[in-house]
Design a protein around this ligand. Sequence first.
Ligand code: IPE
Ligand code: IPE
Ligand code: MG
Length: 251
Amino acid sequence: MPDPDPTMTAVDAVLPAHVAVIMDGNGRWAETRGQPRAAGHREGLGATREAVRFFGERGVRALTLFAFSSENWRRPREEVEALFDLFVSAIEGELPELLERGVCLRFIGERARFPDELQQRMGEAERRTAENGGLELVIALGYGGRWDMQQAALRWARAQGDEARADDEAGLARYLSTAGLPDVDLLIRTGGEQRISNFLLWQAAYAELLFVDTLWPDMTTDDFERALQWYAGRQRRFGGVPGTQGEAVNA
Ligand code: IPE
Ligand code: IPE
Ligand code: MG
């Protein structure tokens, strides 16, 4: 089979292959209601469930959700522990629906510091969904973009030995925690901040960035629909010039 025509890929890009979300604003959602921040995280789970349903049904191939960053360890112990309890119960509670939907689950990030029970649940959920052919759902837990590049560079260099070549981008990408997934096409951040906060630094190199003020627990299917519509209206150039050879235009 010949290599895919890049202009054909561009036409298909009307629907993002890979959506990534920085689910921000849970704490503020709770604080404005006079509730503990953990209540905001619990409420946020509802929006997370909706996002998985929505993007899965719309046929995106991969959805990566930022749930706990490598810097979130700086939070008060009480909040971190509440988050871990939530992750454990969410994995257990959501697994039946994920299995029913054919979702394939992957966790990315440094998990060695997590409580044993959480690590076990993560591993079990990955094993039980590994053969599923539906949405690839990636949960970034203990994740940092710099950590990812660092661990990838180390493993890649070890594997390459004296053969190491600095100009092989695809080589390095094979060692990132997102190996096998397409680059991020659409990156959504809720909660009003306009920054990446050490998320998918390599993978989002050419992502379309959508920043919305809505706090994560308030996000609805309509908001996700609007995000896809906004994406479909973007012109993606990847450094090229539209209308000339080698163009990659998303429309
Ligand atoms: C994002 O919401 C969830 C995590 C980082 C775990 P925040 O907890 O950062 O909410 P805000 O930004 O304080 O409102
Ligand atoms: C990013 O949000 C991490 C997650 C959503 C999991 P933060 O709330 O931690 O980011 P900053 O601190 O505002 O940059
Ligand atoms: Mg935040």
